[in-house]
Design a protein around this ligand. Structure first.
Ligand code: SF4
Length: 366
């Protein structure tokens, strides 16, 4: 069943060697929360993000020390890096010169035409893209006066105004975000903007909050847009380890059937019929597969009511019995396994499946 509309065709741009828009898959990105000038901490975090599947990373560039760190960071990572700059156009110019693959600026706080032109000149010279990031919290005063508050319409007018400024300077390597911290305004703003521009859109709900509210707001906001065919790259925003942002991003894409990276684990909530410790089994399997990148469907079910049915649809699955579990592979019962060995045996099957289907030999630790 297909609930996702065909993605709107947007102009393709390059962020480093990663295409955003056009026919490229929806790209998952995140942002570091280290001090950028702390090169070692930033590189370590980016490596963890890369391992989780992050395809583009953004770092804050609030000062010249951060600019100075960009080159060393870039040399140690293998995904494109975006410099996030506010207020001071000179930081954006310097970040471009230091090797950033893209600049993220909020033109509303960068200032005059002369300053914007300087940023455009630097980006053109280095052949890098720019993200115009419109944010409900920093709209221009005249638009706030005109619309009374930061409405979706006001945000769209701000975005179009900035797009025009760049295009009239013959700069087209643009992507745009238009984020509010609540879902309805964010979705409405992106819908309106998508009708008015062919530029690739970076989608997300800004300042979405901690783990639970952040995941829910992002899943609904980003999910609604993607289901409508809107969005070329996404960032889930969480007050949390950014690795979680990447995981949630892929879960949203998987749930919509848009991209399949990593395991799709189906597990039951358990009930009075369950006689094995499904919570513990799931926890251990999830932990072992945290950085697993191939698409694989795994079912972990508590009993034989829905268990075998779900397990049969999965590549590999278990359905719990009384202190033991039945292992299924592609719909076929393989064997009965005591609970104490279930995780180990399930992971062994994942290793075998990975070798035979993806031709990669891995070792998973239970
Ligand atoms: S699969 Fe079995 S144990 Fe799990 S929720 Fe359904 S009935 Fe309960």
């Amino acid at each position: 069943m297909q609930i996702v509309k065909k993605r709107k065709k947007t102009r393709a741009i390059l962020v480093g060697n990663v295409q955003v828009g056009g026919s490229a898959p929806v790209v998952v990105q995140s942002m570091t929360n280290t001090q950028t000038e702390n090169i070692q901490a930033t590189v370590t975090q980016i490596h963890r993000l890369q391992e989780a599947g992050c395809e583009i990373i953004r770092v804050a560039v609030p000062n010249m020390e951060a600019v100075a760190a960009l080159g060393a960071i870039k040399a140690q990572i293998s995904i494109p890096i975006i410099a996030d700059v506010h207020f001071d156009y000179r930081l954006a110019v310097a970040a471009a010169e230091a090797g950033a693959d893209c600049l993220r600026i909020n033109p509303g706080n960068i200032g005059s035409e002369r300053k914007i032109k300087a940023v455009i000149r630097a980006a053109k010279e280095k052949k890098i893209a720019i993200r115009i990031g419109v944010n409900s919290g920093s709209l221009e005063r005249d638009l706030l006066r005109k619309y009374g508050s930061a409405t979706a319409e006001a945000m769209v007018e701000s975005a179009l105004r900035h797009i025009d400024r760049f295009r009239s300077n013959d700069f087209h390597e643009l992507k745009v975000s238009i984020k509010a911290s609540d879902v309805p305004r964010t979705v409405e703003a992106y819908r309106q903007l998508s009708r008015k521009t062919d530029l690739p859109l970076h989608v997300g709900v800004t300042e979405a909050g901690g783990l639970y509210p952040g995941i829910v707001k992002s899943a609904i906001g980003i999910g609604m847009l993607l289901a409508e065919g809107i969005g070329d790259t996404l960032r889930v925003s969480l007050t949390r380890d950014p690795v979680e942002e990447v995981r949630v991003g892929y879960e949203i894409l998987k749930a919509l059937g848009i991209r399949h990276r990593g395991p799709d684990i189906v597990s039951c909530p358990t009930c009075g019929r369950c006689n094995i410790d499904i919570f513990e089994i799931l926890y251990e399997v999830e932990r072992a597969l945290l950085t697993y990148r191939h698409p694989i469907k795994i079912a972990i079910m508590g009993c034989v009511v829905n268990g075998p049915g779900e397990a049969r649809e999965a590549d590999i699955g278990i359905a719990g019995g009384d202190g033991n579990g039945v292992l299924f592979k592609k719909g076929k019962i393989v064997r009965k396994i005591p609970q104490a060995e279930l995780v180990y045996e399930l992971l062994k099957e994942v290793e075998d499946y990975t070798a035979s289907v993806f031709n990669e030999h891995i070792v998973l630790n239970s």
